[in-house]
Design a binder for this molecule. Structure first.
Ligand SMILES: Cc1cc2nc3c(=O)[nH]c(=O)nc-3n(C[C@H](O)[C@H](O)[C@H](O)COP(=O)(O)OP(=O)(O)OC[C@H]3O[C@@H](n4cnc5c(N)ncnc54)[C@H](O)[C@@H]3O)c2cc1C
Length: 416
């Protein structure tokens, strides 16, 4: 009997954890490499939505119209560092070049298939991990403060129609019944009723990781510096050590481009940073689901630590100092929307959404290196899409036909 192939998954966020678990379940000998405790970077502090309908990417045709307001920093949905934008101008220009009807059609269908499959797979994983206590099947609510802003949402509603995203439209009065925690400042609501959410994305990472380690999976603490291929794959770590494997999956989220560069790959990635801060619940009824206040550009969601208010996008260097202005504004707006108490922490948390120029993840074989696989670039919906991304990658690895079309996610769509 031949021994199973040894696979090292580099990066232990939700993408790396689900990937490691998937390969392990298919009989491989899998190790997960991360310099930190897995699930403690971007996958720690997100909004916790398991969405089946986050299908309209940020660089959609409507962005061009909103651009002047965003550039003048008149919307809380975006903050940016001018230095970063100037330094990354080719990336920004390329990102904007995807604001076309054609790419909206292509990306929304691809993301819808990925998210619908992933939601099903998460339900199975959550059950296997006995993590049902984290799960809320209460949907994902978008609310609008004015008729005008609801009308501007028409493009999203159209896309929900052609991609089959289940949604229900709520009037002002109906919203009060649906989510009594909301103050009566919203004129319209759209509920993605099949979406779910979790009360702690970090606890979900821990529960999935436990499935992996209980079945013999190894977690190695260390930071990959570069990869080298001789007879086997060698991963050189930042200290002097190195690791050997038959195959490597690069799943280090926002750090993936830097690591892939050691093999000459130019990955068109930037970081859409985002913040959260927890607040004690106020005196009114408790919030029962994730709520996106579209006009004010933030989301609030009940979490184990309190009500988590998450901010929109900040374009800045990956490791630039924190700038809490956007999340402070989000909190001021959230206080208009619902009853909230004191801040739980002294400072906000910050995470980095890893975004490729076309806002689609990269799932598949590295173009020039047999035995090296990519699974990163999941931008705003990596929690939602992780389970399916892992399954698709393992299918491609085994030369099996994936459950959905993977063409849109293939690394070779770019000249890397
Ligand atoms: C404010 C905010 C809200 C969000 N809300 C949602 C949401 O509601 N739903 C949703 O689906 N998505 C959401 N997202 C997006 C989601 O969080 C990300 O897409 C997802 O967490 C990316 O996971 P990842 O595993 O690729 O990256 P990460 O979680 O960042 O994991 C990467 C891992 O790589 C490790 N690493 C770094 N360097 C090395 C190295 N040299 N060697 C080995 N390992 C290394 C890191 O330590 C880290 O553990 C949100 C993001 C933000 C910021």
């Amino acid at each position: 009997m031949t021994s199973p192939q040894r696979i090292i998954v580099v990066g232990g966020g939700i993408i790396g954890i689900t990937t490691a678990l998937e390969f392990q379940r298919r009989g491989y000998e899998v190790s997960l490499l991360d310099p930190k405790q897995p699930g403690r970077e971007t996958s720690y502090g997100n909004t916790g939505v398991l969405s089946d309908g986050s299908v309209v990417i940020s660089n959609n045709p409507g962005l061009r119209k909103r651009l002047p307001k965003l550039i003048l920093k008149k919307s809380n949905a975006l903050n940016y560092s001018l230095g970063f934008v100037l330094k990354r101008l080719p990336w920004v220009a390329k990102f904007l070049s995807y604001c076309t009807d054609q790419h909206l059609d292509h990306s929304s269908r691809a993301l819808r298939a990925l998210q619908a499959l992933s939601l099903k797979l998460h339900m199975d994983l959550i059950s296997d991990a006995k993590a049902e206590h984290l799960l809320r099947k209460t949907g994902w609510l978008k609310v609008f403060r004015s008729d005008a802003s609801y009308q501007s949402y028409g493009m999203e509603l159209k896309v929900f129609g052609w991609t089959g995203v289940g949604h229900t439209i709520y009037s002002e009065d109906e919203l009060k019944q649906l989510e009594p925690a909301l103050n009566p400042i919203f004129r319209h609501g759209v509920l993605l009723h099949d979406a779910c959410s979790v009360s702690s994305p970090a606890a979900l990472c821990d529960a999935y990781l436990k499935l992996f380690t209980d079945a013999g999976g190894k977690v190695i603490q260390g930071a990959a510096k570069r990869f080298q291929r001789a007879e086997n794959w060698e991963i050189q770590l930042r200290d002097t050590k190195s690791l050997q494997a038959d195959a490597v999956v690069l799943a280090a989220g926002p750090w993936s481009a830097e690591i892939a560069k050691s093999l000459g790959y130019k990955i068109p990635m930037a970081w859409e940073r985002g913040y959260h801060w927890h607040l004690e619940p106020g005196t009114g009824p408790a919030l029962t689901r994730a709520v996106h206040d579209v006009d004010a550009g933030y989301v609030m969601t009940p979490q184990q630590q309190g009500v988590r208010v998450t901010s929109g996008v900040e374009l800045a260097d990956r490791d630039a100092p924190l700038d809490d202005r956007q999340v402070e504004q989000s909190i001021r707006s959230a206080r208009q929307a619902t009853s909230l108490g004191n801040k739980v922490e002294d400072a906000p948390w910050m995470g980095r959404r890893p975004t490729l120029v076309d806002s689609l993840p990269m799932i598949g074989a590295a173009p020039r290196h047999p035995g090296l696989w990519f699974n990163f670039g999941h931008q705003h919906n990596g929690l939602s899409t992780s389970a399916a991304s892992a399954q698709l990658l393992a299918d491609l690895f085994e030369d099996k036909s994936p459950a959905i079309d993977v063409e849109a996610f293939q690394p070779n769509r770019f000249r890397l």
